[in-house]
Design a protein around this ligand. Structure first.
Ligand code: TTP
Ligand code: MG
Ligand code: MG
Length: 351
């Protein structure tokens, strides 16, 4: 292995929704717990089950009635998404604070790029990631480390719960070849069954298939993915989540009253914030001759309401208009010094 190898760590929270429930109600610990998406009282399916419930046979997707039948003392709780998002945000904020390159992949998963010299260093980094998650939230997680997203995910899946597994690049091929076909992400049970009808029951069997055979059976895109995955190859890059530094909104003034325009800009800017707090408000004036004037004000506190944007925006406009009476072409309103309340919009978590 070269000095300074870049590896990828996948961190996935253990039984996330159910563990969040244990966190706010420690009496649940040791009992079988399932968090369910309920369509009516007593109707719905399991979204997350703790490991006590899983040992007794509860599974994700299982109807509540079946889970109750299978595990008679199971505690059924409804999904409380805003609460899980709050905990997830704390975790993801800490990871992005401590590590430079992080991709938030879902509500309970993130890929973290690490640079290490050897196996022991990778283990050390893995433990640091686990500590970063726990310190931010009190939640346990599992970390898998490998040369790419695929190996990292498989390493993580194979060491749940509260685990850590490092597969160094030179171990990747052996690791994949010892795995079951359905343990490879995106192959899963259905694809594994189809591979079985093609005479392939192990990774070594499937590696005998040509790319053309796989593409014929599964289509070009999935065929490529499977062909590469069987060989430990996965070139998907990390998609780094950029943290926004500011929000701004511009409009052309035309014949409109500039104060009215600031009101409108404030309203649409407010909608885009989705609850993000801000401490600074700024105005940008573009004159007819394309000259630009800007002015900003820092508030004593963080705010997240539309009225503050409107009031401060109009005050800033008044101060600029007092300077001269040049014709204005465009007006922009901006909020900055942000404090993210939700790290991502809710919909982004449900990928
Ligand atoms: P997962 O990470 O797949 O599962 P998990 O965290 O509950 O358990 P594990 O220890 O195996 O990682 O999913 C994260 C959360 O996403 C999970 O807690 C609930 C939610 N979820 C659903 O709502 N529906 C689903 O089908 C799955 C798979 C997850
Ligand atoms: Mg999880
Ligand atoms: Mg997950």
């Amino acid at each position: 292995m070269n000095l300074h190898e870049k590896l990828i760590a996948l961190v996935d929270m253990d039984y996330f929704f159910a563990q969040c429930e244990e966190l706010r109600n420690p009496n649940l610990k040791g009992k079988p717990v399932a968090v369910c998406m309920l369509t009516a009282p007593e109707r719905g399916a399991i979204s997350s089950a703790n490991y006590v419930a899983r040992k007794l046979g509860a599974k994700v997707g299982m109807p509540v009635s079946a889970a109750k039948h299978q595990v008679n003392d199971i505690v059924i709780l409804p999904v409380d998404m805003p609460y899980y998002v709050t905990i997830s945000s704390k975790i993801m904020s800490n990871l992005t604070k401590l590590f430079k390159r992080v991709e938030i992949a879902s509500i309970d998963e993130a890929y973290v790029e690490i640079t290490v010299f050897n196996y022991d260093e990778a283990v050390k980094m893995g433990n640091e990631i686990k500590k970063a998650v726990f310190n931010a939230s009190g939640i346990t997680c599992t970390v898998g480390i490998g040369q790419n997203k695929l190996i990292a995910k498989m390493a993580c899946d194979s060491s749940k719960p509260n685990g850590l597994k490092v597969i160094m690049p030179e171990q990747s091929i052996e690791f994949i070849e010892k795995s079951k076909l359905n343990e490879i992400p995106y192959i899963g049970h259905k694809t594994a069954e189809r591979l079985s009808t093609m005479g392939c029951n192990t990774v070594l069997d499937a590696k005998k298939l040509s790319f053309e055979q796989l593409a014929r059976e599964f289509g070009q895109k999935k065929g490529i993915f499977i062909y590469n995955a069987l060989r430990g190859i996965d070139e998907r890059p990390l998609q780094i989540n950029r943290v926004r530094k500011e929000y701004e909104k511009f409009a052309t003034l035309g014949k409109k009253d500039p104060y009215e325009m600031v009101d409108e800009l404030a309203a649409s800017l407010f909608l885009r914030l989705k609850g993000t707090k801000f401490q600074e408000i700024g105005i940008i004036i573009i004159y007819d001759d394309m000259a630009v004037r800007t002015k900003a004000r820092t508030l004593k506190f963080y705010a997240n309401d539309m009225d503050t944007i409107k009031t401060e925006g109009k005050q800033l406009l008044k101060e600029i208009l007092a300077l001269d009476d040049r014709k204005i072409r465009r007006i922009g309103l901006k909020v900055s010094k942000l404090k993210q309340t939700n790290f991502l919009p809710l919909s982004d978590y449900m990928k």
